[in-house]
Design a protein around this ligand. Sequence first.
Ligand SMILES: Nc1ncnc2c1ncn2[C@@H]1O[C@H](COP(=O)(O)OP(=O)(O)O)[C@@H](O)[C@H]1O
Ligand SMILES: [Mg+2]
Length: 391
Amino acid sequence: MTNANNAVTNTEAKTAAFLTVADIQAMNMEAISSQPVEMVAAHELFGFSTELKGVGLLPVFTDSHPLVPKINNDHVFSESLVRRILLSMKGGDSSILLVGDKGTGKSSLVTQMHARLTKPMIGITGSNGIDDTHLLGCKTIKGGDVKEVDGVLSYAYRKGLTCLIDELCTLRPGVLVGINDILQGDGVINLKHHGIDPSLDPRALLDVNGGMTIVKHPMFRLFATDNTGGKQQRDARFSGTNAQNSAVRSRMTSFTVPFMAPEQEMAALQGSANAYANAKKLTAMDTMHTRQLVEFAFRFRKSFSMEEACDNISFREIQRWAHKWMMYGDLDESFVDAVYNNLEETDRVLALEHFESVFARKLILPEEHAFSVGDVADKFIKANIATNKAA
Ligand SMILES: Nc1ncnc2c1ncn2[C@@H]1O[C@H](COP(=O)(O)OP(=O)(O)O)[C@@H](O)[C@H]1O
Ligand SMILES: [Mg+2]
């Protein structure tokens, strides 16, 4: 503390042009220690009944911050995953990758952990069009002057936010290689791709004030989510993703996010259905129906694991089904719009079987699915012939 304070006091006399890496580090530490915090037992923060081994107390910032996500009280956390992620953060891991099937709750695990930890974060969703300028910034012209701007990642690195990159492996592989220094947790990075002022003395090249050097804020973390973990894919479900350089992957700590256990999924679904019913003033779904939706999902997932289905059913889909069931007041129509329509043809046949097993009756398809064009045409032509004959 004293050292940090001294360093800051010392820096006060300096103009921005003379700040060193150590000055910025001291200023960051000072900014952190001046924020009001409360120490809370980790397991209480996440609603677990027993202590999280090795985690202990965590600082919770008591001042509000607009970049801290809103708490979803119905979020169901996996104790083991939360514990290991917290310990990895505490241990200083800078970049954490969450890998799992669609809708297993990767993005919401990150946002809900940050909501409980009161840690501010910003996010960006990966795509083929994202490049280093979106992540690390560039030089631009504003009002006739050349100006340096940050990308979402360099800004988070500088300011001590978490940066969440969703769908990481949709990025072109070279883009990730370009942020290797951040991925591996370097404390200082240089944005040389912004261009170098030729009048600059090489001795001053790495000065903080040169605009090219950024000092890592101790609260910075990079989180990323992906379905593939950056490994090679032949599966059409993952079209749009790229295999990533293995040196990139090796710089990140990876966690697998699985589907929730059935009881957890029921609790999450019931919580989400209740919140939706409340917000929309609908009759809440009873637990028997929640159980049936989760059973449908697990029957389908079992088929997928046995390679009978081409795709999986995610929590996102059964959540949408639950919401629509309450909104439509109709089990069958809500199922078709929330789940069935998005399935591949062969998976639709399987879905009909599983629906029948769970609800002990056949699905009643709405009219757009109930009749084939052939049936409609035959009926119409027959009626026309009869009309013509009668005329
Ligand atoms: N453990 C959970 N508890 C409560 N809701 C969850 C949980 N996991 C996922 N959800 C909900 O399911 C939906 C999909 O989750 P999301 O995090 O977007 O999945 P992913 O990023 O893995 O595709 C969101 O509406 C989210 O709130
Ligand atoms: Mg996601």
